[in-house]
Design a protein around this ligand. Structure first.
Ligand SMILES: Nc1nc2c(ncn2[C@@H]2O[C@H](COP(=O)(O)OP(=O)(O)OP(=O)(O)O)[C@@H](O)[C@H]2O)c(=O)[nH]1
Ligand SMILES: [Mg+2]
Length: 616
């Protein structure tokens, strides 16, 4: 189709049409079930200007870490126009650590599209996002995706999804959900499994049929509620959300109503709407649409922006509280400041405060009597993504073991428990059941099918901390493990975190292959030869369950001593290098991880043996 001039970027304002029907939908699912791929397919089908040109795979996952990890981290808006109608789509993350992104979004839409993998069926996070959507009374449309998988069982998955709706207390209306099949990867959707697989348009028509267009009461006062925040170097904080009623032009003054009931006035300088993956400046925000507004540097999620100070605030957005905290502090190891550009506590504090402006699930708190900050997040990965971003920016810091946040409920200390769903080859099920049992997991279900065992556990979040590496070891990477917050229960008593101790360097200096070669019998090593170490640095695991102090810097006492530590004649079993994620999993409460732009080192909080004895 030849492009008319009106469909180019510059004149996009022409496509802004207040009379256009608008459909606001959020796409939710368990991790990897194909949400972002489905949004790609929709963008490619869009009739509007050049959205479908040069869309790379999972283009919505635009952040560096999203690309590298292959997952969505931040909820994002996009929009397509088709047959003269507009669909605002919010793509959400499926990983449970980014659940707060999902909790906020459904409030801004009229319907939710639940994607379910045609082989895996509903998984822990399917339940979480569906529960949130049903609670809001939303209509839920189901897309059974990946029907091309060799083991796909689309009909069974529809039944399982129906059961899940039932278990979660869906209303009769919700229970009668419409569904459609898709191969998002190939950009096709079909109503009936026997239909010809042509393109994605059946899904678009399916949305038009089953979602009510947004209400567009433009006579009322302007009211909008931000659900996500972005930071722009030129414009500052940008609030993205839905206009519930009324209209607003740039430079009109507005009143912001905060969650605590207080108000202040401000001015919105620019208004944007979405088209494809981009946002474009528009002359007026209008009821029913999703817009991004700039000009309110203090704006926060869930607040109400209005042009009539006497209008009512929109209902607050409820977000589950953080489940986990990690202490961030200045790196005070002997190697501090070697690799980082920003290393002081002020640097770290300022950076974290900036992060709070847009990272809604995150909280920080000063630690009494210490020059450190506690960072609260939804899960290990939520905080790990932040640490990774910081080290890429040149920050250096030290972190503590993650701690699960307890809550006082009805006068009782309570802790979060999660549903964990595990799929492993049959012969490995026994060791997994044992390992989770030790971590206070309670088995809820067990099924074996085609040589694979599917296990469902309820397990305290504490029990899952650090479990992933054990899981990988026990299953040799052949299993899958998903978990998602379920509820708070009274505290279940102590859990021993790991039954291996650390191998600790007793000296400063450089490691020698000869020493390491002898030490490797005592447990896996984290570092190789010719690596600089300091007294108190953890260089490996001790498989006897206790900490031991070792000297990794000794060389062979021979006359023909080699000058280099890297003695090729000695073959070291492979070392297990410490990554940010493994560090967070590994450290015990008397240990720290130092994170610099180029290194991750583990250390004891107290570096010398004497200090450690005294601290006991
Ligand atoms: N076989 C098959 N694979 C698909 C299909 N749709 C998506 N995938 C693949 O599934 C993987 C995950 O896809 P994503 O679109 O990133 O999944 P997501 O739901 O957005 O994942 P998160 O955002 O991390 O929760 C990618 O490797 C896709 O290529 C499909 O229809 N069939
Ligand atoms: Mg995604």
């Amino acid at each position: 189709m030849a492009k008319s001039p009106s469909s180019t970027k510059k004149t996009l304002i022409i496509t802004f049409n207040t009379n256009m029907d608008i459909y606001n939908v959020a796409i939710v699912a368990h991790v990897d079930h194909g949400k972002t791929t489905l949004v790609d397919a929709l963008l490619k089908a869009s009739e509007s200007f050049d959205t479908h040109k040069g869309i790379e795979e999972r283009a919505m996952d635009s952040n560096d870490q999203e690309k590298e990890r292959g997952i969505t981290i931040y909820a994002k808006n996009a929009a397509i126009t088709y047959k003269g109608k507009k669909i605002n789509i919010v793509d959400t993350p499926g990983h449970s650590d980014f659940g707060s992104e999902v909790e906020r979004v459904p409030r801004t839409v009229d319907a939710v599209i639940l994607v379910v993998d045609a082989y895996e069926g509903p998984m822990p996070q399917t339940k979480f996002v569906l529960r949130k959507s049903l609670e809001l009374g939303h209509k839920v449309l189901v897309v059974i995706n990946k029907i091309d998988k060799p083991m796909a069982r689309p009909d069974t998955v529809v039944d399982l999804t129906f059961d899940l709706f039932g278990n979660l207390g869906a209303s009769d209306d919700q229970l009668d959900f419409p569904y459609i099949y898709a191969v998002a990867k190939d950009g096709v959707a079909i109503r009936d499994l026997n239909d010809e697989k042509k393109d994605i348009t059946p899904l678009i028509d399916f949305i038009f049929e089953n979602v009510k267009p947004a209400e567009t009461n433009t006579d009322a006062a302007f009211r909008m509620q931000p659900a996500t925040l972005k930071y722009d170097n030129f414009l500052g904080r940008i609030a993205i959300g839905r206009v519930y009623e009324g209209t607003l032009k740039p430079n009109e003054s507005v009143t912001v109503m905060k969650a605590d009931g207080s108000k202040y006035t401000g001015k919105i300088t620019k208004i944007f709407a979405f088209e494809g993956m981009e946002k474009y400046e528009i002359p007026e925000a209008s009821a029913g649409d999703m817009v991004a507004v700039a000009g309110l540097p203090e704006i926060y999620v869930g607040e109400t922006i209005t042009n009539d100070a006497s209008s009512e605030a929109l209902p607050a957005i409820k977000v589950d509280p953080p489940a986990l905290a990690i202490e961030f502090m200045v790196n005070d190891s002997p190697f501090a400041g070697r690799e980082g550009k920003y290393v002081t506590s002020r640097h770290i504090k300022d950076r974290l405060e900036k992060e709070l402006e847009t990272n809604v699930g995150l909280k920080i708190e000063a630690v009494a009597g210490k020059d450190s900050l506690k960072v609260f997040g939804r899960g290990e990965m939520h905080i790990a993504v932040l640490i990774e971003t910081m080290r890429r920016e040149g920050y250096e810091l030290q972190i503590s073991q993650p701690e699960v946040i307890m809550r006082e409920i009805d006068g009782q200390k309570s802790e979060p428990i999660e549903t964990a769903v595990i799929n492993v080859p049959d012969e490995m099920a026994g060791s997994i059941i044992e390992a989770l049992g030790r971590r206070k997991g309670v088995m809820k279900d067990m099924k074996s099918e085609n040589g694979n065992t599917l296990l469902e556990f309820e397990i305290p979040t504490r029990g899952l901390l650090g479990f992933r590496s054990t899981f990988l070891l026990l299953t040799r990477g052949e299993g899958t493990l998903y978990h998602s917050f379920e509820k708070y229960v009274p505290f279940l008593g102590p859990i021993e975190k790991r039954d291996v101790g650390s191998m600790i360097s007793g000296e400063n200096g450089s490691t020698m292959a000869y020493s390491l070669w002898k030490l490797q019998e005592r447990g896996p090593l984290f570092i190789g030869a010719a690596t600089e170490v300091y007294e108190g640095m953890i260089i490996g695991e001790h498989n006897q369950g206790t900490d031991i102090v070792v000297n990794a810097n000794k060389n062979k006492k021979l006359t023909n001593v080699r000058s280099s530590g890297a003695d090729e004649a000695l073959s070291l079993t492979t070392t297990v290098p410490i990554t940010l994620e493994t560090a967070i999993e590994y450290i015990k409460d008397d240990e720290y991880a130092e994170i610099t732009p180029t290194r991750v080192r583990l250390r004891k909080k107290h570096l010398t043996e004497n200090e450690r004895k005294r601290a006991k």
